[in-house]
Design a protein around this ligand. Structure first.
Ligand SMILES: Cc1ncc(COP(=O)(O)O)c(C=O)c1O
Length: 402
């Protein structure tokens, strides 16, 4: 049972079928004028229309890229380089994906100033903090729509309004929210929006950047003028075709999938919290993605839990795929004010609408068994507790409280 759909998803059959001809038969370069090229160009433009429709944009506002990371880079660096004479201050949050965080870190090395807004214990920024951070030098606000580790959703519409009232460009990383909840660039007042194909049952290595008409960027890849000169290089036609199809399917099934996933998610949260002692939910209970939950288990090492679950046939993760091979406490979870020791006992489960044979009871039993097995071996769990009248966890004879 694959439960790491926030890391990546399986390409759907319909998407794969749509892509196939563009590897072998329709292999033309979309920049050429003869038949093969024209067919590729047509497919490219249909995909652009499908992406645009899914976010309520116009096709001419969509630039294809190699994925979410490139889209974030292009949006942030492209805008910063364009507007640096106007100001060099950017506002973001302290829970952004590395594609945003490290891009901003790079800009700091070029003398840009970045304000990292803190989040509250639920993982949401305070609007007042944002208002206070704005200066005459602020050229960009970059806030992710939904967090990739905890699934918490930010008040994007409100942030967008503030950005617009202050004449500041607004970039949103919607890699995790797109296809899970509504993403409407008009309603949310967004100027730049990063999307990735492989999170919505499309192929890897493809994404898009929405650029609101009138927003100018300095290109990062110079080349033969493709993608209106903003992103040079022959387009990945099969990938883009697959991405377009995945967008069309995701948009058509958005409500149905939301209902289905959020009901499984809620059942999972209820059962884990009611069955397993000292289990906690990371992030906000209400304002969260329908497909993602993140739990914290006291006195557990997340990596060991992942391995036990894997041995039982469940593939989940401790945090984002990008950071899963470092042993550092997750910066997102520590930003919620959690103790770094507790953070290590976290488990991220991200569901897919196609996981029809997912049995919540069975899975919760497996987590419960694994957690209790690990706790039996954990000195942290077996230590005597004498705070607030809590008894020792083992109720042994030598416990002061029993
Ligand atoms: C929030 C967020 N932004 C950006 C990315 C990067 O996307 P890609 O893998 O397409 O480069 C990811 C991928 O995990 C993500 O979760």
């Amino acid at each position: 049972m694959y439960l790491d759909n926030s890391a990546t998803t399986q390409v759907s059959e319909e998407v794969f079928e749509e892509m196939k001809p563009f590897f072998t038969q329709e292999f033309g370069n979309p920049s050429t004028l003869y038949g093969y090229g024209r067919e590729s160009k047509k497919a490219l433009e249909l995909a652009r229309q499908r992406v645009a429709d899914a976010i309520n944009a116009k096709p001419e506002e969509i630039i294809f890229t190699s994925g979410g990371s490139e889209s974030d880079n292009l949006a942030i660096k492209g805008l910063a380089f364009k507007l640096q004479k106007k100001g060099k201050h950017i506002i973001t949050t302290n829970i952004e994906h590395p594609a945003v965080k490290n891009t901003l870190g790079f800009l700091e090395s070029l003398d840009f100033k970045v304000t990292y807004l803190p989040v509250n214990e639920k993982g949401i920024i305070e609007i007042e903090d944002l208002k206070e951070a704005i200066t005459d030098e602020t050229i960009l606000i970059s806030v992710m729509h939904a967090n990739n580790e905890i699934g918490t959703i930010q008040p994007i519409e409100e942030i967008g309004k503030i950005a617009r009232e202050n004449g500041i460009k607004f970039h949103v990383d919607a890699v995790q929210s797109f296809g899970k909840i509504e993403v409407d660039v008009e309603k949310l007042n967004i100027d730049l929006l990063a999307l990735s194909s492989h999170k919505i049952n499309g192929p890897k290595g493809v994404g898009a950047l929405y650029i609101r008409k009138g927003t100018r960027l300095v290109p990062l890849i110079h080349g033969g003028g493709q993608e209106k000169g903003i992103r040079g290089g022959t387009e990945n036609v099969p990938g883009i075709v697959g991405f377009g199809k995945a967008c069309e399917l995701a948009a058509a099934q958005l409500d149905e999938h939301y209902e289905k996933l959020s009901s499984i998610r809620d059942e999972l949260i209820d059962k884990v919290l009611s069955t397993i002692p000292e289990a906690y939910l990371n992030g906000d209970e209400e304002t969260r993605l329908p497909n993602l939950v993140n739990f914290r288990f006291k006195a557990i090492e997340g990596e060991s839990l992942i391995l036990l679950l894997d041995a039982k046939g469940y593939q989940a993760s401790t945090g984002s795929a990008c950071s899963s091979n470092t042993l550092e406490a997750s910066p997102v979870l520590t930003a919620l004010g959690l103790d770094p020791v507790d953070v290590h006992g976290s488990l991220r489960i991200s569901l897919a609408p196609e996981s029809d044979n997912f049995d919540v009871d069975e899975f919760v039993n497996v987590i419960a068994e694994s957690v209790s097995r690990l706790r039996e071996m954990s000195p942290l769990w077996n230590q005597e507790l004498d705070y607030d009248g809590v008894m020792c966890r083992k109720h042994e004879d030598n416990c002061r409280m029993c």
